[in-house]
Design a protein around this ligand. Structure first.
Ligand code: PMT
Length: 224
């Protein structure tokens, strides 16, 4: 595909982990490096799209030509995504959102007192599911699934439950793909029940394969 083919398309990407504070210096996080979301943002920008990247804490340099905004918690991410979503055509929810947050973060650095410390966790809202309820005609919502076992039926159920237009599943039980690695192997699930293995590639090559698949199914709204 020639560069510039996504000119005028507005792409919103979430990437990286979320950090859920336990106290001012400690958090609950996960092993997402942000590489997958950053690669999608870079590949979209290389095709001429206008790209906004909402990033959790990562050590990655901002991709060239991408508007990067930083967040820490799932709640921050939920607020940013729901605010930015209406101004975008395609949204990739590649962030590894923490499903739980500490109920009441300790207001100061918790000191040892010779006893154990029990954390109580609350469930975080599902950002992807709420974006799908916010979706307008012509918008295309892409979800990801971090799975420790690839069960096609469960993945199709996840796709439908979350209301995504496409779901990309990766097996996170393997050390060579998924979290933090430079490569990934993904299977693409569609709402019509079909699945397509995209193979094992660098996150950049996979991102371009994903964009190619979106080009086949996404109906661009008439020029506005
Ligand atoms: O960042 P890397 O190191 O490159 O690793 C890439 C990755 C493995 C993190 C990425 O490819 C990936 O799979 N991202 C999604 C991880 C995830 O949170 O999967 P899930 O199965 O728990 O969630 C399913 C979908 O719902 C995801 O699109 C997720 O962003 C979204 N979600 C989840 C929980 C929540 N509270 N709100 C959400 O929107």
């Amino acid at each position: 595909l020639e560069n510039g083919s996504w000119s005028g398309v507005r792409v919103l990407v979430s990437a990286g982990p979320t950090y859920e504070p336990i106290d001012p210096v400690r958090f609950l996080g996960n092993r997402s490096s942000g590489k997958m979301g950053y690669a999608l943002a870079a590949a979209s920008a290389a095709r001429g799209a206008h790209v906004t990247l909402i990033s959790g804490p990562t050590s990655l340099p901002p991709p060239p030509g991408v508007d990067v905004r930083r967040i820490e918690t799932a709640e921050d991410l939920a607020n940013s995504m729901s605010k930015m979503f209406p101004e975008h055509d395609i949204c990739f929810m590649a962030a590894a959102v923490s499903d739980y947050r500490p109920d009441r973060p300790h207001p100061s650095k918790k000191k040892k007192d010779g006893t154990s410390w029990t954390l109580s966790l609350l469930e975080n809202p599902d950002i992807l599911a709420s974006l799908s309820r916010q979706k307008s005609p012509g918008q295309f919502l892409v979800g990801f699934a971090a799975e420790s076992e690839m069960n096609p039926e469960k993945l199709l159920e996840k796709l439908r439950k979350k209301g995504a237009d496409m779901l990309l599943a990766n097996d996170i039980s393997r050390p060579d793909i998924g979290f933090s690695s430079d490569e990934n192997e993904m299977t693409l699930f569609s709402p019509d029940g079909t699945s397509l293995p995209l193979g094992k590639h660098s996150k950049t090559v996979l991102s371009n394969k994903i964009l190619d698949e979106i080009e086949k199914v996404w109906r661009r709204p008439a020029a506005s």
